[in-house]
Ligand binder design. Structure first.
Ligand code: HEM
Length: 180
């Protein structure tokens, strides 16, 4: 293989007749780690709309603890997985000589933006949501639950910023796979 295809080739080609039994390389293992970190960091976030719709309908008293679970996962699962994802990506970009390629620069930018947004916007908004809905629930004794303006503002922020971050993740997965 030669030309652009060869330049983009970054791991042993199992279809190359010259390679009878290609050994698994460090690159392959780190690529697997990179993808595992993507799944662990972001997979659960796509279930959040269902979680909150069901909670609000079935038992609004579950909302404070759900927001607490949300920011605890952001801190203790997403953030460390993001660090692993970036470290693995840096190894792949260096080992495979990909630093000049757009998808790597894009991925690095997105990972940094997401890390900043999680710390500066999503965790504080989830904390505000927990506190405000706990206050709203104090005076609630069944019937239709009407959340107050503070809670609605915090949830709007979580929804808008969270959806934008999810969209960035999906676009990044496409860029990583297609390598435009
Ligand atoms: C939100 C951030 C990121 C996501 C969702 C993501 C996702 C992915 C996925 C799904 C792959 C597998 C693509 C394939 O095998 O065809 C991949 C590969 C790769 N990623 Fe990322 N990535 C991210 C961040 C980064 C960062 C920060 C870097 C570098 C600093 C990076 C560098 C790479 C490289 C070099 C590959 C290997 C390309 C290959 O050999 O096919 N990624 N990424």
């Amino acid at each position: 293989m030669c030309g652009p295809a060869a330049r983009r080739m970054r791991r042993a080609d199992p279809y190359d007749p010259g390679m009878l039994a290609p050994a698994t390389s460090a690159y392959d293992l780190v690529l697997a780690l990179h993808i595992i970190a993507v799944v662990v960091a972001f997979g659960w976030t796509f279930t959040l709309p269902v979680v909150y719709i069901v909670a609000a309908r079935v038992d609004p008293r579950s909302l404070p603890v759900l927001h607490r679970i949300e920011y605890t996962i952001l801190r203790s699962i997403l953030n460390p997985a993001l660090v692993v994802l970036i470290a693995a990506g840096i190894f792949l970009a260096s080992d495979g000589h990909h630093w000049k390629e757009f998808f790597v620069q894009w991925g690095l930018g997105v990972a940094i933006v997401i890390g900043a947004v999680v710390g500066a916007v999503l965790i504080p908004a989830a904390k505000r949501a927990e506190e405000s809905v706990r206050r709203d629930l104090e005076g609630w004794s069944g019937g239709e639950f009407q959340a107050g303006p503070d809670y609605l503002a915090a949830v709007r922020r979580l929804n808008i910023v969270g959806s934008a971050a999810s969209l960035l993740v999906l676009v990044t997965i496409v860029f990583m796979a297609v390598k435009p």
